[in-house]
Write a protein that binds this ligand. Structure first.
Ligand code: NAD
Ligand code: TYD
Length: 355
């Protein structure tokens, strides 16, 4: 793919994908991002001067602007990551999730389809739209079993229901219009540049600052963790070699209870930042999340078998890298926690920086 249009490229996973494209390939990238509270161009500071990188501050719900971006940049592929992504926010305010995840995906699909129809020959035949989704669309598992690509959708939160809706739209655009799509459903990601409202960065930063480490309920809910760069590598592989119309589950075979995750972070910090040790004294059990899914676990056999993917990091090596990154990158953390990056964006790009 010579030029890929990445939506949500200023977010946690999108920025990892773009850094890989620029650093590890010869491809060009157009980053289409609205810059909500979760979008942060500082996560792209290491690549933003590269001539193969372009940024467009655009809301994917804005049909005219999205069509303009396709016309001007003439991409060979789309990787669609833009979304509202935090389950707790979807519970307290679902409207943005319906808007961006459903209406935004619909708007993007229609603009991409119009553009694809305008292409001819090899460019049309080679075009593809990669929709990036979550394992949360499958609902919750009991003590045993895994989510496969055949598992029925049973989303339980406003977030997962809105992502499930977007997956269905993408599927229907393939079935009805022959639009060339591929979809991936991944487990929980962790790693550098993760906005500190999610469990792992929140716990690292609270522990460093001597603040309580909130654990919902009993801490026995299970998530299946994947290091973000492993996810980004899997996404690039599926974009290049995935079969059109197929879906691929992505996961690292790393099931942990939330309590195990928090204890592992505390142990890493006890070693790397001994002044606050033992950090696990800060653990605080708080009220459970409404409708809290009990267990997620991905069966990633299809991706391994058909495309030869396997993760490079174990949970132990990935978590160690993550904790070290947050300890070393205090400027990024300060920018995010103080909201300063919004002023930085205004200076760089003028106005309308973030919500
Ligand atoms: P994120 O919240 O960190 O980033 C989302 C990005 O989308 C931000 O840069 C934001 O500014 C942008 N955005 C939001 N609304 C927009 C709009 N209307 N128009 C244009 N841009 C908009 O999310 P993330 O964790 O990087 O997740 C990226 C994608 O991967 C999402 O689709 C999510 O559902 C999916 N996913 C995430 C995980 C995870 O563990 N984080 C796991 C599996 C799948
Ligand atoms: P989160 O990082 O929000 O991801 P998701 O809800 O998409 O899985 O949460 C991961 C798990 O950690 C989830 O079971 C909820 C739990 N959790 C806590 O126990 N405390 C917290 O402060 C947060 C943010 C999450």
């Amino acid at each position: 793919m010579n030029k890929t249009l990445v939506t949500g490229g200023a977010g946690f996973i999108g920025s990892a994908v773009i850094r890989q494209f620029i650093n590890d390939t010869a491809c060009s990238v157009v980053n289409v991002d609205k810059l909500t509270y979760a979008g942060n161009l500082q996560s792209l500071a290491s690549v933003s001067d590269n001539p193969r990188y372009r940024f467009e501050q655009v809301d994917i719900c804005d049909a005219a602007e999205v069509a303009r971006v396709f016309r001007e940049h003439q991409p060979d592929a789309v990787m669609h990551l833009a979304a509202e992504s935090h389950v707790d926010r979807s519970i307290s305010g679902p409207a943005d999730f319906i808007q961006t995840n459903i209406i935004g995906t619909y708007t993007l699909l229609e603009a991409a389809r119009g553009y694809w129809n305008s292409l001819d020959g090899e460019r049309k035949a080679g075009f593809r739209f990669h929709h990036i989704s979550t394992d949360e669309v499958y609902g919750s598992l009991g003590d045993t079993g895994f989510f496969t690509e055949e598992t029925a959708y049973e989303p339980n939160s406003p977030y997962s229901a809105s992502k499930a809706s977007s997956d269905h739209l993408v599927r229907a655009w393939h079935h009805t219009y022959g639009f060339p799509v591929v979809t991936t459903n991944c487990s929980n990601n962790y790693g550098p540049y993760h906005f500190p409202e999610k469990l792992i960065p929140l716990v690292i930063l609270n522990a460093v600052n001597g603040k309580p480490l909130p654990i919902y309920g009993k801490g026995d809910n299970i998530r299946d963790w994947l290091y973000v760069d492993d996810h980004a590598r899997a996404l690039r592989l599926v974009l290049e070699r995935g079969k059109l119309g197929e879906t691929y589950n992505i996961g690292g075979w790393n099931e942990k209870t939330n309590l195990e995750v928090v204890l592992a972070i505390c142990a890493a910090l006890d070693e790397l930042r001994p002044q606050g040790a033992p950090h696990n004294k800060l653990i605080t059990y708080v009220a459970d999340r409404p409708g809290h899914d009990k267990r997620y676990a991905i069966d990633a056999t299809k991706l391994a078998r058909d495309l030869g993917w396997k993760p490079q990091e174990t949970f132990e090596t990935g978590l160690r890298k993550t904790v070290e990154w947050y300890l070393q990158n205090t400027d990024w953390v300060k920018g995010v926690t103080s909201g300063e990056y919004q002023h930085w964006v205004e200076k760089q790009y003028g106005g309308n920086s973030a919500e």
